[in-house]
Design a protein. Structure first.
Length: 131
């Protein structure tokens, strides 16, 4: 059984691999990705290459019903290999979640409780249907 309710709808996001202290700095660019589903526990998305199990990612998630960007740090917990020339399927577990209206802030301020965010206590996250 799942610990958190999963929202099975696509959300636009950007990510970059988080570097460890003393091992350089994060790359200056953010790769776009479509998150296939999301919950208070983490996300699931497709990507063109494997990012490495246990890697940490900075994520900026754009939810149409939220006036702010959801900033997260996620740890890759599962990577499903591609079949028939498709993409890698990557699952992450949230380690930190915050919100900001300033996209230049990298997950440093405004930390919030993920249970509150995803139970409509802060923003009502409703399924987004693409036209």
């Amino acid at each position: 059984r799942r610990k958190y309710i999963r929202i099975e709808t696509p959300f636009m996001a950007r990510f970059r691999v988080k570097q460890f202290e003393g091992v350089g700095t994060p790359l200056p660019f953010w790769d776009p990705v479509t998150i296939m589903n999301i919950s208070a526990g983490g996300t699931y998305f497709y990507y063109k290459m494997s990012l490495g199990l246990d890697s940490l990612l900075y994520l900026k998630i754009y939810v149409p019903t939220c006036p702010s960007v959801i900033n997260c740090v996620g740890k890759i917990t599962r990577i499903d290999e591609p079949k028939d020339n498709t993409m890698f399927r990557i699952a992450t577990e949230f380690k930190e979640i915050g919100i900001t209206t300033d996209e230049s802030t990298d997950n440093k301020d405004d930390r919030i409780d993920k249970d509150l965010m995803f139970n409509n206590e802060i923003y009502p996250i409703t399924p987004y249907k693409a036209n």
